[in-house]
Design a protein around this ligand. Structure first.
Ligand SMILES: Cc1ncc(COP(=O)(O)O)c(C=O)c1O
Length: 382
């Protein structure tokens, strides 16, 4: 089956009791045993739940993975992925990460004895140079949040393999529709399903996917032990969202490309970052490792924080709010929102200025979106 069909069918067979076409929500926390130590696949909802399992199977299939696990948030999934580390282990990470991931590394894991090196992902050899005999994991995002830098996943996967380290890729921005890291050699894929996978900004969730039985067993043990699972209602909603991932992503991308091109021509805009623009320094890599360029456009407005503030206040269709990946268009000010947990110095070092604005381009009519940006930019004197 092809991608769009799998999104609608995998894990979603007819309900055997009623032949219902849509998988039911199973709120029951407990499942009857047949006899001592014998049950029919489910026993307690923290350990496994049929609605969650349906979603986990479907997402795993879209990521070309054997195994999938759904969590209460992307951050809970990040924590679960790190459960294979112990004190003394070293992680090499790209230096452009979602601020919350960096916060987990620095404030939760570092004090427990894990060490982290952050490298410029533009050159994959930087990951190799940072390896130590203790390196257990390489962690990357591609495209990164919010500056849409790309990392050559296949090249880093080869480095990880030679070093015996696990390559984990946060695939939240690209989604499996545009990029499948496991097919490029990564061993773990992470999603904040809060974003495109659910796609409607109404469910917080996260997921891991892998082909490695040992990693799956470790993640599953941790998931059951800690219990930060995606609930049955949320699993059902997220599975419903996932069904339309292919059509949504095509529309996000079509609108994003138009907007990137529009912004490029505006005098109020200092620079536009979108992997689909030939001017993006890694446009060729994007063409090679992705099937599309995604729905996020980041730009720097002339006039810094003041101009950015005037712009977001003037927006009428774009909503000035955290998060991304929903059907509605959002604008975010990364310096004070998604990346507020970094110091100003750390942000400056990686290029998140006070004039940086991230647009999560939705699937509304593209003309309306451009008109909105046009009028909002017009409010700012240049
Ligand atoms: C790239 C990326 N990874 C992980 C997360 C964390 O996900 P959640 O907010 O679902 O915990 C986010 C949240 O914005 C994100 O953008």
């Amino acid at each position: 089956m092809k991608f769009a069909t799998r999104a609608i069918r995998v894990g979603q067979s007819l309900d055997p009791a009623t032949r219902a076409v849509i998988p039911p929500i199973h709120p029951s926390v407990t499942y009857a045993f047949n006899e001592i130590e014998k049950h029919s696949g489910f026993e307690y909802s923290r350990t496994g739940n049929p609605t969650r399992a349906a979603f986990e199977q479907c997402l795993a299939s879209l990521e070309e993975a054997k195994f999938g696990l759904a969590f209460a948030s992307g951050s809970a999934a990040t924590d679960a992925a790190l459960c294979v580390l112990k004190s003394g282990d070293h992680v090499v990470a790209g230096n452009h990460l979602y601020g919350g991931t960096y916060r987990i590394f620095e404030t939760l894991y570092k004090p427990r004895g894990m060490t982290f090196s952050y490298v410029d992902g533009d050159d994959p050899r930087n990951f190799e140079r940072a390896l130590t005999p203790q390196t257990k994991m390489i962690w990357i995002e591609s495209p990164t949040n919010p500056l849409l830098k790309l990392i050559d996943i296949a090249a880093v996967a080869a480095i990880a393999r030679r070093a015996g380290a696990i390559l984990a890729v946060d695939n939240t921005f690209a989604t499996p529709y545009f990029q499948q890291p496991l097919t490029l050699g990564a061993e773990v894929v992470l999603h904040s399903t809060t974003k495109y996978v659910n796609g409607h900004s109404d469910v917080l969730g996260g997921a891991l996917a892998t082909n490695r039985q040992d990693l799956y067993a470790a993640f599953q043990f941790y998931q059951n032990a800690i219990g930060a699972v995606l609930g049955p209602f949320d699993s059902w909603l997220t599975l419903r969202g996932l069904k339309t991932l292919a059509v949504r992503m095509r529309q996000h991308e079509a609108n994003a490309l138009r907007i990137a091109e529009f912004l490029k021509g505006r005098p109020q805009v200092e620079s536009v970052i979108y992997p689909g623009l030939p001017s993006h320094p890694q446009h060729e890599l994007a063409r090679r490792q992705m099937k599309g360029f995604g729905g996020i456009v980041t730009f720097r407005i002339r006039g810094g924080r003041e101009a950015a503030n005037a712009f977001v206040k003037a927006l009428r269709i774009f909503i000035f709010a955290e998060s991304l990946g929903g059907v509605e268009s959002l604008a975010c000010h990364p310096a004070t929102m998604s990346h507020a947990s970094l110091t100003e110095e750390e942000r400056q070092a990686i290029g998140i200025t006070q004039g940086t604005v991230r647009l999560s381009v939705g699937i509304e009519d593209g003309d309306d979106l451009i008109e909105d940006l046009d009028q909002a930019l017009g409010r700012k004197a240049v």
